[in-house]
Design a protein around this ligand. Structure first.
Ligand code: GDP
Ligand code: MG
Length: 163
């Protein structure tokens, strides 16, 4: 089977935008579990000659109260269960938030390789904003822009190093 890459992060950091850039129009089969809706979250891609599956975990919606926290936990659990490599995505415009720290703590304990991607680096000036993300403890942050596509090749290079 293809190795699995999961994109994890709080809502609105740009997971789906980057996911769509990586898969192009190559979507895969979607499977539902009770209480959870998975909306177009599985895709496939290939980089440096290495095929892989990729999950946009933000497509998960949990029924009921306390949605964001449950959703964050569900994303992290799904990623830890299914992924060989996890892309932890944050937002350079927003900086580090409490939700980022919470996701980071859950991922940290997984023992899986975690790559830290900082999205919305739309211009060179915003590259200065990525250094604070070292504080999350996942090594070198990889600056990307889903809007412009910059940095996505570097992110894919880092992903395929782990496949
Ligand atoms: P998700 O909730 O993590 O899946 O985030 P989305 O991919 O839905 O994006 C959330 C919002 O951020 C949308 O309004 C996107 O257009 C915007 N967005 C995504 N990538 C970028 C980026 O690189 N730069 C900027 N400025 N906005 C972005
Ligand atoms: Mg999304």
């Amino acid at each position: 089977a293809r190795p699995v890459v999961a994109i994890v992060g709080r809502p609105n950091v740009g997971k789906s935008t980057i996911f769509n850039r990586i898969i192009g129009d190559r979507l895969a089969i979607v499977e539902d579990k009770p209480g959870i809706t998975r909306d177009r979250i599985y895709g496939t891609s290939e980089w440096n000659g290495k095929p892989f599956s990729i999950i946009d975990t933000g497509g998960i919606e949990i029924d009921g109260d306390d949605m964001i926290l449950k959703s964050i936990r569900a994303q992290a659990e799904l990623a830890i269960e299914e992924a060989d490599v996890i892309v932890f995505m944050c937002d350079a415009k927003a900086g580090i938030t409490q939700s980022d720290e919470e996701v980071g703590n859950l991922l940290y304990r997984s023992g899986k390789p975690v790559l830290l991607a900082v999205n919305k680096v739309d211009n060179l000036a915003r590259m200065d904003h990525i250094y604070e993300f070292y504080n999350l403890g996942f090594g070198d942050p990889i600056g990307v822009s889903g809007s412009h596509g910059t940095g996505v090749g570097d992110l894919l290079d880092a992903i395929t190093e782990h496949l």
